[in-house]
Design a protein. Structure first.
Length: 146
């Protein structure tokens, strides 16, 4: 997870991506049979996301750990996740491989927008979350200095 350079730093000194990688690594330390992760790739660079997903897949295979991840990045989900649980607004859900579950029709039903708009909506949400996270980190650093 490329954590060597952050080992002697406090969380308030780390970037969002570094914090996310620390939390991801920490979540695997206890040897649980199942691990639940909510948006574990948030704020990571693209290469780090791919590396993390590859590592999680290998980790799950080697240890027998079941890893549940909530993700909204459709391309990464299709490429790295063996099974998908897609939730619909009416509380129905579909389970299967990404090819089986992530059809255009199913994604439009789940997200409530045309598939062509999903990528744009995803980019806007990531930008908004990133700006909010930046503001929170800046406030924490300001408070720590005072």
């Amino acid at each position: 997870f490329e954590l060597e350079k952050v080992m002697n730093h406090g969380l308030t000194e780390l970037s969002k991506g570094e914090i996310q990688r620390v939390l991801l690594a920490f979540s695997l330390l206890y040897g649980s049979a199942s691990v639940f992760m909510d948006e574990p790739l948030f704020a990571m660079e693209d290469r780090q996301k791919k590396s993390a997903l590859e590592y999680l897949g290998e980790f799950a295979e080697k240890t027998g750990t079941t890893i549940f991840i909530s993700m909204h990045e459709l391309d990464l989900t299709r490429r790295y996740v063996p099974n998908v649980l897609l939730f619909y607004p009416n509380r129905d859900m579909d389970y299967g491989t990404p090819e089986e579950v992530m059809t255009d029709e199913a994604l439009e039903k789940a997200y409530g927008v045309p598939v062509a708009m999903l990528k744009k909506a995803e980019d806007l949400k990531i930008e908004e979350l990133s700006q909010t996270s930046d503001a929170i980190l800046q406030m924490q650093r300001t408070v720590q200095k005072d």
